[in-house]
Design a binder for this molecule. Structure first.
Ligand code: EPU
Length: 322
């Protein structure tokens, strides 16, 4: 149980909450949707829930526009709003749980698109000074499920709004295998941004459990990126191994496949287990503690390491880890 909980709706309320936490000497946890966190123990301190709302168009040349969303907007709601307005760019990122403010933290991505591809800037309040600073694309140092806010600037900022550069005529990105085959079912000459979003929603619903119904934090691990030589050795033993060569010569593997091959898919420990349709997702059916989920994650990491010599890295944020 958190000791204190405050909902904040604008920048001044964020600053007030931060000063209160400082004055009381409390640990502060900034909470967006909370969909990408594993609590190892109860959090003792001040939980600041970002509850700001608002979507605004800043510039519009009739084709390309800059749209800013407040951090507390639900991500999927925001994506659907952009599509209903005829703005393209976020369609591949439909149905990702969580809030707008959390999206740049880990450069959310799905079906061949990451937010860095349409990101313009964000504003964040410094936890120590209360100063609001604008970060542009290059400042954020986005990488695969990474940003400066998860690395050197971790725990220093509260993201309060994010701006995106959207395009009414943006090119559709439909190259991701599962998406391509889902879209090939549509008998229509002109596929729209909304058709892509609908296909993404269909695929996600078929593979990923809805966190409102079955507790989960999405992909629990990152897809490992390995050296090309290590990959060549692996491929000799596992010719069918899914792999995604990267521009820098490294190779990204599918953690879900590795976990599946190690025999974990559908594994159950009563209250919790491994999802039966996507082995990268750990599920809490109700009642499992954060430590129990972590024990399962650790067992999976050891098993994948033993079978493939690959070290998995959690993608989910670990809170209160001892
Ligand atoms: N696979 C298996 N067994 C499984 C799961 C996957 O064999 O149990 C194989 C699939 O057949 C496929 C490959 O692994 O060949 C990749 O699977 P999938 O297309 O489902 O994507 P993923 O790499 O497992 C990533 C993201 C997801 C994102 C999808 C689609 C990460 C850590 N995960 O998953 O993101 O939705 O691609 O782009 O990068 C998230 O971050 O929470 C998340 C759900």
């Amino acid at each position: 149980m958190a000791s204190r909980y405050i909902e904040v709706k604008d920048d001044n309320q964020v600053r007030d909450a931060l000063s209160f936490g400082r004055e009381e000497g409390l640990n502060i946890l900034i909470l967006g949707g909370g969909s990408n966190m594993l609590f190892h123990s109860n959090f003792e301190g001040l939980v600041v829930k970002i509850a700001s709302r608002g979507i605004q168009v800043l510039n519009d040349d009739g084709r390309v526009l800059e749209v800013v969303a407040e951090a507390g907007e639900m991500w999927h709601h925001f994506v659907m709003h952009t599509l209903e307005s005829g703005w393209g760019g976020l369609e591949n990122l439909a149905l990702i749980p969580g809030c707008v403010g959390a999206s740049p933290m880990q450069n959310i991505g799905a079906y061949g698109v990451e937010i860095k591809d349409v990101f313009s800037w964000l504003e964040a309040i410094n936890i120590e000074s209360g100063e609001c600073v604008r970060f542009h694309l290059e400042d954020c140092k986005f990488g695969y499920r990474e940003s400066i806010f998860k690395l050197e600037e971790k725990g220093k900022w509260v993201i309060v709004r994010v701006a995106f550069r959207l395009d009414r005529q943006s090119e559709l990105k439909t190259g991701y295998g599962a998406l391509e085959s889902e879209l090939s079912e549509i008998s229509k000459t002109q596929i729209t941004h909304t058709d892509v979003a609908n296909a993404v929603v269909k695929i996600r619903n078929s593979k990923l459990p809805n966190p409102d119904i079955l507790g989960n934090a999405g992909s629990f691990f990152k897809n490992p990126v390995i050296d090309h030589n290590v990959f060549s050795d692996l491929e000799l033993n596992y010719p069918e191994i899914p792999n995604y060569p990267q521009i820098d010569g490294t190779v990204k593997l599918a953690a879900g496949w590795l976990i599946d091959q190690a025999g974990w898919k559908g594994h159950s420990r009563g209250t919790h287990g491994v999802h039966d349709k996507q082995a990268l997702v750990l599920v809490n059916r109700g009642g499992a503690s954060g430590q129990e989920i972590w024990q399962l994650a650790t067992d999976i990491m050891i098993s994948v390491e033993q079978k493939f010599g690959i070290t998995l890295e959690p993608e989910v944020n670990q809170i209160g880890m001892i």
